[in-house]
Ligand binder design. Sequence first.
Ligand code: GLN
Length: 197
Amino acid sequence: MSIRAGVVAVQGDVSEHATAIRRAADSHGEDVSVTEIRTAGGVPDCDLLLLPGGESTTISRHLHREGIAPEIVAHVEAGGPVLATCAGLIVAAVDANDDRVDELGLVDVSIERNAFGRQKDSFEAPLAVAGLDDPFPAVFIRAPVIDEVGDAEVLAERDGRPVAVRDGPVIGTSFHPELTEDFRIHDLAFFESVARA
Ligand code: GLN
């Protein structure tokens, strides 16, 4: 039976994430089917979930209005893996430090949105990530940083500030791992732990 992956498709690089998930699964000889999640009812059928970037206020509003938010929370409570990237991480956090974001409370961190400032709105940098042998080509686009870390493991830092964390089955990144050919972050989030277990 194939693994069922759901990519929350409110905004962001949905097809790029789907491609990265397929390639990561392929590298383990696993079959995966990818569904786009826009409404309630799809999440409970998924083994793993991906929350892409975009605009966190918009994504948050959509998830709550459509009733997808409680399904994502239930998925994580049942131990289901999630990769949340950029705005996805902001939405998944315990505290987004922004009243317009109704957080899912899945990753025990507090966030500073758009923290890398205007002059560095977008950049790519090699990033050492715990669990990966070689640096990951990390693309930051109006990226958040993680301000405070509660009960979560920091996987990567940029300029001394956390930009990737793991909290139980959820990995959150400030950067966009779907924008390069490198699928190791998707692998780390979804397949490597399964392969190890
Ligand atoms: N700046 C966006 C926000 O705060 C996130 C940017 C992104 O996902 N690339 O919601």
